[in-house]
Write a protein of this length. Sequence first.
Length: 389
Amino acid sequence: MNRHYETVIVGAGSMGMAAGYFLAKSGKKPLVIDAYDPPHRFGSHHGDTRIIRHAYGEGRKYVPFALRAQELWSELEKESGRKLFSQTGVLCVGAPGSPFTEEVIESARQFNLSLEVLTSDEINERWPGLKLPEGFVGCLETDSGVLFSEECIRSYRQLGLDYGMNLLTNTPVQKIDMHSDGVTIHTSNESYQADSVIVSAGAWTGDLFKRTGIELPLQPIRKTVAWFECDEKLYDFNCFPAFTFHLGNEHYYGFPSFNGCGVKVGRHDGGQKVDPDHANREFGIYPEDEGDVRSFLERFLPNASGRLKQGKVCLYTLTPDEHFIIDRHPQYSHVIVASGFSGHGFKFSSAVGEALSEMITKGKAKHDLSMFSLTRSGHMQGGLSQYHL
């Protein structure tokens, strides 16, 4: 294997594998390095499925990026020949006065997206598997649905390799030395020189930068998802949508049953702060691993709260404002960071990969990434200068 590359990508999960594919497709030969063998269970992409939404409650500025991501997923599905997306629709449910639901409605209006606003009675009648209290509101987005996350990564991996991407698996990166004219990436076995580097190491990104004397505001969080036995007639993907519920201080999300797998549900808020190298990945060690989501199902999807079929542990990497970081290092422009996807990033990974590739090949992404700046103000508390960049 060569010891010098134009670009090295550290982390071959959702964003890194997509970036490797797009760079290779453009004619580059990047080296992509991962500590494991993706797709794997140690990052943020496993667990079979992810929701993709277009009308975006986290902020309408995300909408163009989400729409581009959907286009790219469709292109990848055709190119790979794999089933990557199921158009189940997504139902966003909000308690009375939910700001998230109101932002979904406003973003759909602003971007002329197809969105049906329903009362609790209308929802309960249309989907007998749901039981919503009076005053709840639901927004049904029929063009959205479910991505098969691990299949997406397999597709980018295989096609990237076909285009000439180099992939080094089961190889932890220990340190990145930043120079004025390039970088040196040290692994457990070898060192590699590169003109540029993309760091997309998920929950390990903060630790990698910390070893270079740079602190980023990234907090890994242990999260869980669980699958439950359900009434398949009510919750099969052919008749039931993916869903999100915003209940004031609680936020849940879930998926219909695919081929008898049961209803999958997770809690978006909460979780335990962890060191990713020492996170306990055994589902059920905390009562809330199953307890939170079962309580949710008993309240709102009572016919989906059957026997626990399986549970899995994954990681979020949170920023203070829960918006992403996609930016160049302010001192080393050939160092690009893509991290802090805060539990809602997978759906964008196709568009993020394209953007990262454009930052390398064209100097700038065609999409406006300013809201993901390292030095943004607002909820980042004046930008990241305080974090010793």
